[in-house]
Each structure stands twice: as structure tokens, then as C-alpha cells.
Design a protein around this ligand. Structure first.
Ligand SMILES: Nc1nc2c(ncn2[C@@H]2O[C@H](COP(=O)(O)OP(=O)(O)OP(=O)(O)O)[C@@H](O)[C@H]2O)c(=O)[nH]1
Length: 138
């Protein structure tokens, strides 16, 4: 029971991704390890562009579905050791331990996500993926 509650306090209810508090808590030791031992890690920030327009045009429930679908797609792509979190309304963060030079991977992801967003030619969200930090390539 206590374990279950603890788990629930680390996840974002809507998407099932980790929540902001959890990823920030996980980030701290990675940063400390990088400073002390030079252990590599990467952080990727992502947000869904023009998300407000999705809600305004299709309604909040569709907006919720987009957030869930986006989370599913990203979750399929990451490693089990990566931490994927929803940090705000349409803002997400991935913490990737022991990962550097993920730039090529980002380009691949961006293409893949765009393809999968538009199975029927819809012009719904394009994600904006940016490399935030990749220690020790600062
Ligand atoms: N459906 C849904 N919408 C949410 C949720 N949380 C936040 N939002 C909406 O997300 C929208 C975020 O708006 P903005 O920050 O302007 O983002 P944006 O429209 O993507 O703008 P850009 O980032 O500049 O492209 C707002 O309309 C919020 O109401 C949620 O859990 N579900």
C-alpha cells in the first residue's frame, strides 16, 4: 500500500509519465555524479507546438488524448533506464543516464514522431525537440 502510494506520487495521472517532482529528484544525483565523476547524461526537453490551438479547435478531451498518445510514442522509444516526465501542460523532459551525443537520435525521433502524428495527413501537433544539456559536452 505504502509502495503503491509512493509510486502514484511520482507519476503524472493523465499520461502515466513520471511527474516533474520525480524527474527533478532524479536529476540531482546525476548532476552530482557528473560534477564529481564526469558521468555522462543527457536531458532532452520537448514541447508540443500550438497545443492551445488543439484544445481550442477540437476540445479538451482530444487535447488530453494527444498528450496521452504523445507519451505512449515516446515511452516506446526510450530505454528502461531513461526517465520520461511531463513537467507542465504540454512540456516533457527525458533524462538519459550514460548518454552523450544524442543529437542524431533526436533528428531521427523528430522525423519518426512527425510521421506517426499524421497517419491521415492531419496537421495536428509537431513536436519541438531540443537538446537542452548533454554532459560532458557542455
Ligand atoms: N487538454 C489539456 N490541455 C492542457 C492540459 N494542461 C495544459 N493544457 C493546455 O495547454 C495549453 C498550453 O498553451 P501554451 O503554453 O500557449 O502552448 P502552445 O499553444 O503549445 O504554444 P507554443 O508552445 O508557443 O507553441 C493551454 O491552452 C492549456 O490550457 C491538460 O492536461 N490537458
Amino acid at each position: 500500500m505504502e509502495q503503491e502510494l509512493q509510486h502514484l506520487s511520482t507519476i503524472d495521472e493523465l499520461t502515466g509519465a513520471d511527474n516533474r517532482r520525480h524527474v527533478l529528484a532524479e536529476f540531482e544525483p546525476h548532476l552530482a555524479n557528473y560534477i564529481r565523476y564526469g558521468s555522462a547524461f543527457s536531458l532532452i526537453s520537448m514541447d508540443i507546438d500550438h497545443f492551445k490551438a488543439v484544445n481550442d479547435s477540437y476540445g479538451h478531451l482530444v487535447g488530453d488524448d494527444v498528450l496521452k498518445r504523445f507519451s505512449e510514442i515516446v515511452s516506446e522509444r526510450i530505454r528502461r533506464t531513461d526517465i520520461f516526465a511531463r513537467t507542465g501542460g504540454e512540456e516533457f523532459l527525458i533524462l538519459m543516464p550514460h548518454t552523450t551525443r544524442q543529437f542524431q537520435m533526436l533528428i531521427f525521433w523528430q522525423r519518426d514522431l512527425e510521421k506517426r502524428w499524421r497517419p491521415s495527413g492531419s496537421k495536428l501537433p509537431i513536436t519541438n525537440i531540443s537538446r537542452l544539456l548533454s554532459a560532458p559536452e557542455l
